[in-house]
Design a protein around this ligand. Structure first.
Ligand code: HEC
Ligand code: HEC
Ligand code: HEC
Length: 146
């Protein structure tokens, strides 16, 4: 009886083992492949999903330069330079603060568990951790630049 049920289950067990051993090589599912713009999709300023970045920036009085930026967050670095030598604070600092401040009341910690890999990925060409980036998910209303 035991032997019989094992042999019936064997193909299923083999399938699971195959999936486990080949899964990481085939790549893993990334819920936020383009980082910021994969998560910030809502057209409302509050609600269950994170609001579009152009709307959030406008709500805190950011200049139009934010919504004119094409690639998020790479394009933002023309002012928010990583070495802190740009005209504005480096983006890492600003973005970490807004996503991690306030403890359990913070929506990013509460809803997304503060996962670094929502925004970062390992670049396997040089083993550097980089911020994921992608084309903005809003239309052009004003002049465009990078
Ligand atoms: C996995 C989801 C997720 C990702 C990825 C993400 N964010 Fe957020 N972010 C949030 C949530 C949740 C909030 C809280 C506000 C809200 O609910 O819209 C937030 C807040 C913000 C705010 C508003 C802060 C304030 O002062 O109110 C800005 C600006 C922002 N994010 C920019 C970015 C940028 C730029 C990136 C990429 C580098 C990014 N976010 C990636 C979920 C995310
Ligand atoms: C033309 C320059 C410029 C560009 C482009 C730009 N910013 Fe800014 N940003 C500023 C300046 C100036 C400030 C205010 C001073 C500071 O915080 O360094 C600021 C402030 C911010 C703040 C803090 C806002 C607050 O009040 O808490 C966030 C967050 C931010 N920028 C995100 C972004 C993102 C995301 C992008 C790209 C979509 C972007 N910025 C593009 C110049 C720029
Ligand atoms: C909401 C998006 C977001 C999350 C979550 C996030 N980062 Fe970042 N991080 C950024 C951005 C944007 C930069 C600036 C990218 C650049 O300068 O190339 C950055 C830059 C960095 C840097 C470079 C130095 C600096 O501060 O600019 C380090 C190190 C880093 N992050 C580590 C982490 C770690 C560890 C976590 C998890 C605890 C984390 N990050 C979570 C968006 C994020």
């Amino acid at each position: 009886m035991i032997a019989r049920s094992l042999s019936i289950r064997m193909p299923a067990i083999l399938l699971v083992l195959t999936a486990l051993s080949f899964g990481p090589i085939a790549g893993y599912a990334d819920d936020y492949p383009d980082g910021c713009i994969s998560c910030h999709v809502s057209e409302k300023l509050s609600g269950a999903a994170a609001s579009r970045i152009d709307l959030l920036l406008a709500s805190v009085g950011h200049s139009k330069a934010g919504e004119r930026t094409l690639v998020i967050p790479d394009g933002c670095q023309r002012c928010h330079a990583p070495d802190d030598n740009g005209t504005a604070t480096s983006l890492g600092k600003l973005i970490h603060v807004v996503h991690f401040r306030g403890g359990v009341e913070n929506a990013f910690l509460k809803r997304y568990k503060g996962d670094c890999s929502s925004c970062h990925r390992m670049d396997t060409s040089d083993w550097e951790v980089v911020a994921k980036s992608g084309e903005r998910n809003w239309g052009v209303k004003v002049g465009a630049s990078d």
